[in-house]
Design a binder for this molecule. Structure first.
Ligand SMILES: [Zn+2]
Length: 274
């Protein structure tokens, strides 16, 4: 695969169902881009900027690459759902800069990429990826693909019912217990990202030398312990919402090496097996 990219990805459970990244500081800019979500069709990609500036060349490249990845996930998940006797309906994707209005409230670059099940839409902040690249040092097109595939993984969770079920449970638990459920959801999305990578490679021979290491390195640097230690010099496991570096690498790798959706048992295994 070609394209410029960066690592990033993914955060806390927001209003009902949004999954957001919260490890960067930054204010949530209430100004919002005007996108008429009703006019975006399934599988369709929209670009928008709240600052009314045009995308930079780098952002345009990221946008193009994002479209390719989304199309690839659609092919893979359509086939995988068929095997399960189900129909896959692709999510929509909004590529934005600045801030954006979503079915789960306002989104901004400080949140990172996220999925909102209320409108079944992936929100990808393009400038965020550039800054992630600088901050985390994780780079490479496959790492970027992994981040998008992770968000699509949340959409797969939504379609298969695990997302709603988990959020329903989380709403009845205290924060510490709810975080544990969040970790399982996030690791499942990592696993699904891996399953996508496996099948995308089978279909298109898309994985090149170094890609697996790149994605796994990306999984490592977006682990909660890594990010917290980097930001604060220490980590507090109780506050983990996405899993440790080791856990994220483990589940991504399992998906990438097997492509077997039935092995995504993050809700069945014990905590020590995560
Ligand atoms: Zn996530």
């Amino acid at each position: 695969m070609s394209g410029k990219v960066a690592a990033g990805g993914v955060g806390i459970v927001g209003v009902i169902i949004a999954l957001l990244m919260n490890f960067l500081t930054g204010t949530n800019d209430p100004s919002s881009a005007n996108i008429d979500l009703g006019s975006i069709l399934r599988g369709e990609v929209t670009e928008t900027s709240s600052t009314n500036r045009t995308f930079t060349k780098e952002e345009e490249e990221l946008a193009k690459f994002s479209r390719q990845i989304l199309a690839g996930t659609e092919d893979v998940w359509t086939a995988e759902f068929k095997k399960l006797g189900k129909t896959y309906t692709p999510p929509r994707m909004v590529l934005y800069t600045g801030s954006v209005q979503t079915g789960c409230g306002n989104g901004s670059a400080s949140m990172g990429p996220f999925y909102c099940s209320a409108d079944q839409c992936l929100y990808i902040d393009l400038s965020f990826f550039s800054s992630m690249k600088k901050q985390l040092g994780a780079d490479g097109d496959f790492a970027y693909a992994y981040v998008i595939a992770h968000e699509v993984g949340h959409h797969v969770e939504y379609l298969l019912g695990s997302l709603e079920e988990a959020h329903e449970k989380m709403s009845r638990l205290n924060e510490k217990e709810a975080n544990k459920i969040s970790v399982r959801l996030e690791l499942l999305a990592d696993f699904y990202a891996g399953v996508w990578g496996y099948h995308d490679n089978q279909m298109f021979g898309s994985i090149e030398d170094g890609d697996l290491e790149e994605a796994i390195r990306c999984a490592e640097v977006i682990g909660d312990n890594y990010l917290q230690e980097k930001a604060r010099g220490k980590s507090v496991p109780e506050t983990f919402t996405h899993g440790t570096s080791a856990q994220r690498m483990k589940w991504l790798k399992l998906g990438l090496t097997t492509g077997d959706i039935s092995l995504g048992r993050t809700f069945q295994v014990s905590e020590s097996e995560l």
